[in-house]
Design a protein around this ligand. Structure first.
Ligand SMILES: Nc1ncnc2c1ncn2[C@@H]1O[C@H](COP(=O)(O)OP(=O)(O)OP(=O)(O)O)[C@@H](O)[C@H]1O
Ligand SMILES: [Mg+2]
Length: 140
């Protein structure tokens, strides 16, 4: 079975740090993972987006990490329509609009999946280095 860790957070900026720390503890408990810094950065960006753009009704958002032998899948569920997630045109002087560029650059793949109602999951996955695959105790 793949490893699964998930946690729901209230829609406040302070939770982004908690979400980041939760993700790192999950990775550590699964025996470490390459690309720790990239994963931490993407968790921050996706959790920050859930707080800022994805929870207009103030509902919780959910962080989920799923460790498969060959990849780590990170997703954040929130309650704003999935069509709103976009990669804005690059703007060197803009003060915002960088988060999804970062996710796209650091992850191996990313996407948005509609859930029930207006809920959605924004996800990013990270392939595991070959050297770590043999050590993984999970099987898909
Ligand atoms: N979870 C989400 N729900 C709804 N819309 C989103 C979500 N995540 C991103 N978006 C939309 O996609 C746009 C791009 O997101 P991105 O993270 O790149 O920029 P930002 O959050 O506006 O700024 P930054 O991340 O640089 O502080 C956002 O401005 C927002 O309109
Ligand atoms: Mg953002």
């Amino acid at each position: 079975m793949p490893h699964l860790a998930q946690h729901a957070y209230g829609a406040t900026p302070q939770t982004v740090r908690s979400a980041r720390d939760f993700a790192m503890r999950a990775l550590d408990s699964w025996g470490g993972c390459g690309r720790r810094d990239d994963i931490r950065t993407c968790v921050s960006e996706l959790a920050g987006n859930a707080v800022r753009h994805g929870t207009p009704n103030g509902h919780d958002y959910l962080l989920r990490l799923i460790q498969h032998p060959h990849c780590l899948h990170v997703e954040v569920h929130d309650s704003a329509p999935h069509s709103r997630v976009r990669i804005p045109p690059a703007s060197p002087n803009g003060e915002a609009g960088r988060g999804m560029h970062i996710v796209q650059e650091l992850g191996d793949d990313w996407g948005v999946r509609a859930l029930t109602g207006t809920d959605k999951a924004v996800w990013v996955c990270f392939r595991r280095p070959e050297s770590l695959i043999a050590r993984c105790s999970c099987t898909s």
